[in-house]
Design a protein around this ligand. Structure first.
Ligand code: SF4
Length: 342
C-alpha cells in the first residue's frame, strides 16, 4: 500500500499543458445522491426500482420473471443481490484506488455470458452471501470506515433496484463517498435512468462493436446497440471525467476496453464512436491483460485462444491517439500513476 504522501497528484505533475482542466476542489465535492436524499427523491427511486423487479426488465435480457417473488432467470438472482466479496481494491485505475483503495463490492452473477470471463466462478455461479438492503448498506459503511475513496459496484447491471433499495439506508448511516458504477455496459436505459443523479462515476467496459462477435463471445447479439445507448446516456448524466486536486476521480465517464485477438477494426470503431459520438474528452483505459479463460480452450473458441500481441495492443493505442482520446497509461513505469494523452 502506498501512503498519501507518495501518491502523485496527477493533474499537477503529468497532464499535458494542452489538456483541458478537469479539476474540482475536493472541499466543494458532494456525492450526487446527497441532493436526491435531501429532497426525498432517493427514497422514491428505491421504491420505483423495486417495481422493476416484478416483471424483470432490469437489463436488456428482458426475462420478465417475478423477482419480487424470488423467481430468477438468466442472472440467477432473485429478490436480493448476492455479493461475492467486498474489500479495498488496489487493482483499479489510479484515480479510483488512490492510496486507500477503491471500496469494491463484487456482485455475484452477470447478465453477460462472456465465454472468456476471467472470473467465471463469480460471474456464472452464485458465490458469496445474499445481501439484504441492511447488509449491503453495512458493507458500504465498512468500506468508508476503512478509508476507501469511493464505493465501486462491480457487475451491477442486474441488481440496480437492490442497490437503490440499500442506498437511503447507507446515507442515513453516514455514507458520503462517490459511487462508481462498474459495468460490462449491457444495461437497460430504464435502469440507468433510475440511477440519474445517484451515480457519480460510470465505468463501462465496451467489449465488442460487432454483433456477430457479441453473439459468439458474449452471448448477446444486441450488445453493441445497448452499449452505445447506455454510454451516451452515462455521458449525458455525468459528463467528462473530473478529478480533485489529488488526482482522484470524482465524477464523469471512464471507459475501459480490453484488447482482444484479431480485433483491431472492432477496437478502432469503438474509439471512433467514443471520440465522435460521446465526447472528444473521453478517458479510455485500454487493457492488455486478455488471456484465454472460462470456456475458451484449443477446441472451443479457438479464435481467441491466445494472448494478444504487443502489435495488437499498440494498434488500439494508436487508434485512440488518432481519435484524440485521453488514455490511462498503466504500463509506462515512469508514468505509472499518470493520466496521459497518447
Ligand atoms: S436482470 Fe436478470 S432476470 Fe432481469 S432481465 Fe436481466 S438477466 Fe433477466
Amino acid at each position: 500500500m502506498i501512503g498519501e504522501s507518495e501518491f502523485i497528484p496527477i493533474l499537477k505533475t503529468t497532464m499535458s499543458a494542452a489538456a483541458p482542466t478537469f479539476q474540482i476542489n475536493s472541499e466543494d465535492f458532494e456525492p450526487a445522491y446527497m441532493k436526491l436524499f435531501r429532497t426525498g427523491e432517493l427514497y422514491h427511486r428505491s421504491r420505483e426500482g423495486l417495481k422493476h423487479l416484478k416483471s424483470c426488465k432490469v437489463c436488456p435480457r428482458d426475462c420478465e420473471v417475478d423477482r419480487l417473488n424470488d423467481e430468477w432467470a438468466l442472472c440467477k438472482t432473485g429478490r436480493y443481490a448476492w455479493v461475492s466479496s467486498h474489500f479495498p481494491h488496489f487493482g483499479e485505475e489510479d484515480c479510483l484506488r488512490g492510496w486507500n483503495g477503491s471500496g469494491t463490492i463484487f456482485f455475484s452473477m452477470c447478465n453477460l455470458k462472456c465465454v472468456f470471463c476471467q472470473n467465471y466462478d463469480i460471474s456464472q455461479h452464485r458465490d458469496g452471501v445474499e445481501a439484504r438492503p441492511e447488509t449491503l448498506a453495512q458493507m458500504m459503511l465498512e468500506l468508508q470506515e476503512r478509508g476507501c475513496h469511493n464505493i465501486n459496484f462491480v457487475t451491477p447491471e442486474h441488481v440496480v433496484p437492490q442497490i437503490l433499495e440499500a442506498l437511503p439506508l447507507a446515507v442515513q448511516m453516514g455514507l458520503r463517498l462517490p459511487l462508481v458504477y462498474n459495468t460490462g455496459a449491457y444495461d437497460s436505459l430504464e435502469s440507468l435512468r433510475l440511477m440519474d443523479g445517484v451515480v457519480d462515476i460510470y465505468m463501462p467496459d465496451f467489449k465488442y462493436w460487432d454483433e456477430g462477435l457479441s453473439a459468439e463471445y458474449l452471448k448477446a447479439k444486441k450488445y453493441p446497440q445497448a452499449a452505445r445507448a447506455v454510454i451516451r446516456e452515462m455521458q449525458r448524466q455525468v459528463g467528462d471525467l473530473v478529478f480533485d486536486e489529488n488526482g482522484l476521480a470524482k465524477r464523469g465517464v471512464l471507459v475501459r476496453h480490453l484488447v482482444m485477438p484479431d480485433n483491431a477494426e472492432d477496437s478502432r470503431r469503438i474509439m471512433r464512436f467514443l471520440a465522435q459520438e460521446v465526447s472528444p474528452h473521453t478517458y479510455i483505459n485500454i487493457m492488455d491483460q486478455y488471456r484465454p479463460a472460462g470456456k475458451v480452450t484449443p477446441n472451443r473458441y479457438h479464435g481467441i485462444n491466445r494472448r494478444t500481441t504487443e502489435t495488437e495492443q499498440q494498434e488500439t493505442v494508436r487508434a485512440a491517439r488518432e481519435e484524440g482520446l485521453y488514455r490511462f497509461d498503466t504500463r509506462n513505469p515512469t508514468a505509472h500513476r499518470a493520466l496521459v494523452r497518447p
